[in-house]
Ligand binder design. Sequence first.
Ligand SMILES: [Fe+2]
Length: 361
Amino acid sequence: MQKILYGYDNVAKALEEVGSHRYMLVCDSSFQYLFLKDELKADVVFDQFTPNPLYEQVCRGVDLFNANGCDALVAVGGGSTIDVAKCIKLYCRMDPSRNYLEQELSDSHVPLIAVPTTAGTGSESTRYAVIYFEGKKQSVTHSSIVPDYAVLEPAVLKTLPVYQKKCTMLDALCQGIESMWSVNSTEESMLYSRMAIQGIMNHRHGYIEDNADGDARGIMQAANYAGRAINITQTTAPHAMSYKLTSMYGLPHGHAVALCMPEVWLYMYENTDKCIDKRGREHLEYILEYLGRLMQCDSAYKGLMMFRAIMFELGMTLPSSNDRERDLNILTHSVNPVRLKNNPVPLSEDAIYHMYDKIVD
Ligand SMILES: [Fe+2]
C-alpha cells in the first residue's frame, strides 16, 4: 500500500524507513532550482533522458543503478522522470542481455519514492509508465511500479510557468472526469475522481491567478487523487484521441486531452442509448448528471458547457492545420480502438472524424 507524505523533509524519512544505504536519484533539469537539492545528497544521480524518455536511456539508468550497487530509487520531477524511475525499478533485476520489453515482468522489490514537481499526470500514484522504443510509444504497466511513497510538496508548483500549470491542471481534471465515466469505475475510483474534480474546481482560480499556497496544495492533492482514480480505471476516449494531436502539432499532453474532452462529452451526452457499460444507460445518465454537479452546475449539459467555459477562460487555443483534410484522416486513423474500450459509449470512425473536425482549426 502506497504511503502519501507531505513536505520535502519526508524524503529522508522515507529513505530511512526503507533502510536504504545507497540510493539513485532520478531527476530532470528542474532539480537544480528546487530547494530539495540541498537536502538530498545523492550518491548516484541519473538525469540523462529526454521528456519523452527512450528505451535506450532507461537501459543506461538500469546499468548505472546496478553498477553502483544501489538499493532504492528517488524520482524527483514530472511524469516522464517518474516513469523512467518506474522502468528502472522494473528492469533492474532482469536479464540485461535481452530486450526488457520482451521479458516477463515481476516485482524487483526495489523501494521507489516519487516526488512530483508538477500537478497533473498523477504518475506518482499509478502503475503505468510510458517510454519510446524505435519511435513507438510503449505503455509499461505493472502493479509493482506504483511508487512505495509519494511525497507531495506543493511549494514547488509556484515556480511553474503559467501555461504548464494550465496544461497539467487540465490533464488532472480530464483524468478525474474520464475515470468517473469509465466502464472500469468502482466505488473507490469514483471517490478519488470526485475528490479530484472538486479539488480542481475549488482551487483552479487561486492556483492559476493568485499562486496562493492553499490552492497549490489543493491542486497537488487533486492531481494525486486523479492519478489514483486512473490507476484503477485507466483513461478513456479523450486520452486515446489526444496522443496524435500531441505528436502532430506538438501540443502538451494536458492541452491535447482537454481539446478532445468536450467533444467526447457532448457525444456521450447525446448518445447514452448506445451505452455499453454493464451497469446500463441509467448508470451513465446518472454519472453525467453527477459530473454536472461536480462541475458546480445544475444539469449534465451545463457541466460540459462549464468545461468549455474553463477552456475559454484559460485561453486554450485550437491547433491550426495547413491541410485539414489530410490531417483529419491521419488523426481519425490514429486512434487505437483497443484504448477506446474503456469508454462507455463506443465511438465510430465517423464520430471520431467529426470530433477532430471541431478540434482542428
Ligand atoms: Fe493524462
